[in-house]
Design a protein around this ligand. Structure first.
Ligand code: PMP
Length: 286
């Protein structure tokens, strides 16, 4: 568990607490066929919940798991589960699918044999401008030919875990990760942006890393605010020369970066502005 006060939706109803959902013989248990998404409720809003529900259905399809819950029904289920929390609660929302059965060889998931659950966990939003640090990692993102990297799949995350473990063993908060060509892709847990001479840059989505829902929202917010946001190929040298670096992801929304190996950055005006824009946009939907 990453939070407290867990609630679980499983087999058509909400349960208080964490409940067992997988069986020993489930395809997902031994073959890793599970997908998930992460969304947030905070200050009474659930920003981009529809996009997170739509993505978990697309992730399922990418792993040949039949998605069995429509986006509309999934949102209704989630809102029903969230109603048990207090109005000020910050909650991490994790819908999940997994394959229950495989074909006679085991490996191929059987169409329609799908488990679905939602896990809710109370988890405070990090304080504004809580920063992190980055380091290089020797591990990199897979490519489509070797991994289903167009899905948010549980089976991709052991690679991210070893990046994080390596970074944290060196005393850094996260890893700045290359794609298979050696350009900057993302971090182990979030997308990455940099600022240089007033323009905002982020690695162009090339199908080998998660081009996040929060990333897209920040790009739209910053552009609407008049910023020049450029999605392009970025090298590690580009990041060493940056004026500002920040991360985006559903969990924290935006996290400033204060160091990349021996290069240090200030928490800058663009990260601050992006945070304000995100909160203004999210709360205006309340
Ligand atoms: N990259 C990785 C590897 C992630 O785990 C996440 C968090 N889901 C992100 C990027 C950010 O994506 P999103 O904004 O859609 O949460």
């Amino acid at each position: 568990a990453v939070g407290t006060n867990i609630r679980t939706y499983f087999e058509g109803t909400w349960h208080d607490g964490d409940v067992p959902i997988m069986r020993a013989a489930d395809h997902a248990t031994w073959l890793g066929s599970s997908v998930f998404d992460g969304a947030r409720m905070f200050e009474g809003v659930t920003p981009d919940l529809d996009a997170h529900c739509a993505r978990v259905n697309r992730s399922a399809e990418a792993l040949m798991i039949t998605p069995t819950v429509s986006v509309e029904d999934m949102m209704a289920i989630i809102h029903e589960g969230l109603a048990a929390y207090g109005p000020g609660a910050a909650v991490y929302i994790r819908p999940m699918y997994w394959a229950l059965e495989g074909n006679e060889l085991g490996v191929l998931p059987l169409p329609g044999a799908t488990g679905f659950a939602v896990c809710l966990e109370e988890m405070p939003m990090p304080p504004a401008h809580k920063a992190t640090t980055l380091t290089r990692t020797r591990f990199c993102r897979p490519v489509m030919e070797s991994s289903v990297c167009n899905a948010k799949a549980g089976c991709l995350y052991p690679n991210n875990a070893r990046m994080l473990a390596e970074a944290q063993a060196k005393g850094f908060g996260n890893a700045l990760v290359a794609d298979a060509l050696g350009n900057v892709a993302e971090t182990a847990t979030a997308n990455v942006f940099m600022v240089k001479d007033g323009a905002v840059f982020t690695p162009i989505a090339n199908g080998t890393f998660l081009s996040g829902i929060t990333r897209a929202r920040h790009i739209a917010n910053l552009r609407a605010d008049g910023a020049d946001v450029i999605e392009t190929v970025l090298t590690f040298e580009d990041f060493e020369a940056a004026d500002e670096v920040f991360l985006t992801g559903n969990l924290s929304k935006i996290t400033p970066v204060t160091a990349f190996d021996d290069v240090t950055y200030q928490v800058g005006p663009v990260a601050r502005r992006a945070r304000d824009l995100y909160w203004d946009w999210a709360l205006s939907a309340a």
